[in-house]
Design a protein around this ligand. Structure first.
Ligand code: NAD
Length: 294
């Protein structure tokens, strides 16, 4: 297939490379000069999409996706798949999909989990919203870039799945970190805590697969001085998207709201920026019960 790939950053570059390695003819465009092996550089957005059978976007936020979509939709051929893999707000995802459908394109919102390691290794999970026919057409591409793709429902539901998952991961990471520090202060060995919790009702992915305590559990960013991994600012972005969505549908999400607040503090006024989201452990290690009241 001929694939136009827009947004060749930390995630997009390895995804585009994997498609090219699998034999597809990939034409890439980024607003910054970025060279990706085996990917032909296009001179403009329109050049990247004009003759493509499928167009994939991997961009920072909803505003940019909407602006790029407004430019490329008129240049795309009827019936072309338009797969947005960026993490963006649900409303924009629905609007972009409606605009694309009006132009007789096949839009999908297909955000991913798995981070840069998953993008490089071709093991991402795709959460996909849009018509089933469009999803089925795109599955061979998801199979190259990832190891799992789930059709979640109509347009926007891929983004819903992504922000719901990350709202759980953010809140659970905080619960895991504060628990580890409580156990420290009460004199319980971290390994013993892990041994008990990882097979008990307090278990979670953040404890058993991505433990924030260095040296405990499978290897994770905590064993690499909290280098991301999944950076705190990306978690904050997703938590903000989940709160924005919750507000729009009047859903009561107090844990998500608190997680968003704590990651915002951690990124903006503590030393969380640029660290993995599990570095939240350091925050709790450095605090006492009433620190916020002083
Ligand atoms: P990034 O900032 O590394 O890459 C984004 C790229 O888009 C950059 O190269 C930038 O120059 C380019 N860009 C910006 N505006 C453009 C425009 N108008 N036209 C063309 N190119 C433009 O970001 P990333 O880490 O690759 O993340 C991309 C998306 O994936 C985000 O929505 C992010 O939330 C999501 N995501 C990231 C991760 C991760 O671990 N990095 C994990 C899951 C999801």
């Amino acid at each position: 297939m001929k694939i136009g790939f827009i947004g060749l950053g930390n995630m997009g570059a390895p995804m585009a490379h994997n498609l090219a390695k699998a034999g597809h003819d990939v034409i890439g465009f980024d607003s910054q000069p970025r060279l990706v092996p085996m990917v032909t550089a296009a001179a403009s957005l329109s050049d990247a999409v004009a003759t493509a059978d499928a167009v994939i976007t991997m961009l920072p936020d909803g505003k940019i996706v909407q602006a790029v979509a407004a430019t490329i939709i008129p240049s795309m051929t009827t019936g072309t798949s338009f797969i947005d893999c960026s993490t963006i707000d649900v409303q924009t995802a629905k609007k972009v999909a409606a605009d694309a459908r009006n132009a007789a394109l096949m839009p999908l919102d297909a955000p991913v989990s798995g981070g840069t390691l998953g993008a490089t290794g071709g093991t991402l999970t795709f959460m996909v919203g849009g018509q089933l026919e469009a999803f089925e057409k795109a599955v061979p591409l998801f199979d190259i870039m990832g190891s799992k793709s789930v059709h979640c429902g109509e347009s926007g539901t891929g983004q819903v799945a992504k922000i719901c998952n990350n709202m759980i991961a953010g809140a659970t990471m905080i619960a895991t970190c504060e628990t580890i520090v409580l156990a420290d202060k009460l004199g319980l060995d971290r390994q013993k805590l892990f041994d008990v919790v990882s097979t008990s009702s307090g278990n979670s992915w953040t404890m058993s697969s991505y433990c924030p305590a260095p040296g405990i559990g499978p290897k994770s960013p905590s064993d690499n001085d909290f280098l991301p991994g999944f950076a705190c600012e990306l978690m904050l972005k997703d938590l903000r998207l989940s709160q924005q969505a919750a507000e729009q549908v009047a859903a009561d999400t107090p844990m998500g709201a608190l997680a968003c607040h704590l990651y915002q503090q951690f990124v903006e006024i503590e030393d969380g920026e640029g660290r993995d989201f599990s570095a939240m452990l350091r925050r709790f290690e450095g605090r006492r019960r009433h620190d916020d009241e002083n």
